[in-house]
Design a protein around this ligand. Structure first.
Ligand SMILES: [Zn+2]
Length: 172
């Protein structure tokens, strides 16, 4: 497989070589961040469950969010309402999974307001490759849910996850 951008050798299961993958993940994160107005007095909570996505998200928040120093970390959201923004480690895969979950069970919780999702434009496998390149450590991955397994099968139709992830943002 060749890199979509420079035609170099792509990392297995992804569309990018090492350099272009790092740039793509960071460019998407910057793009999402630019749509959110974080100012100096903003209080940000970063939810990090020590998964690959959680650790990469925390890494990118540290790297890219320079406007405020008021950044705290927690394993889960809990009852924290003292924050202006909460950063979740959702990738396109996780957003697609949530969308399908909502279609099956409308009583599930909807997406949070004031959320920062730097990884939403990237696939979980791209985030895993990013973690490997940047030597980011994380705890072992949980077992895939039935919906996640279904999504893996649907990936033969490229772009399925991105399309479903996009739909998840329209669920109000
Ligand atoms: Zn490349």
């Amino acid at each position: 497989m060749k890199c979509n951008i420079c035609c170099g050798k792509a990392i297995e299961n992804t569309d990018f070589c090492r350099n272009c993958l790092v740039r793509a993940v960071e460019r998407r994160a910057r793009k999402r961040l630019s749509k959110i107005g974080i100012t100096g007095d903003c209080r940000v909570l970063v939810v990090n469950d020590d998964s690959c996505e959680g650790q990469v998200n925390a890494f990118l928040i540290k790297k890219l969010v320079t406007a405020t120093k008021n950044i705290k970390h927690a394993k889960n959201l809990g009852k924290n309402s003292r924050y202006d923004f909460v950063s979740f480690a959702d990738t396109a895969d996780m957003a697609a999974e949530r969308f399908l979950g909502l279609m099956l069970d409308s009583s599930l919780k909807r997406c949070q307001k004031h959320a920062i999702k730097l990884l939403r434009g990237s696939l979980s496998k791209e985030v895993a490759a990013y973690a490997k390149i940047k030597r980011i450590k994380y705890a072992k991955k949980n077992k895939l849910s039935d919906i996640a397994l279904l999504l893996e099968r649907l990936e033969r139709y490229k772009g399925t996850k991105f399309a479903l992830a996009k739909l998840s943002e329209r669920v109000k």
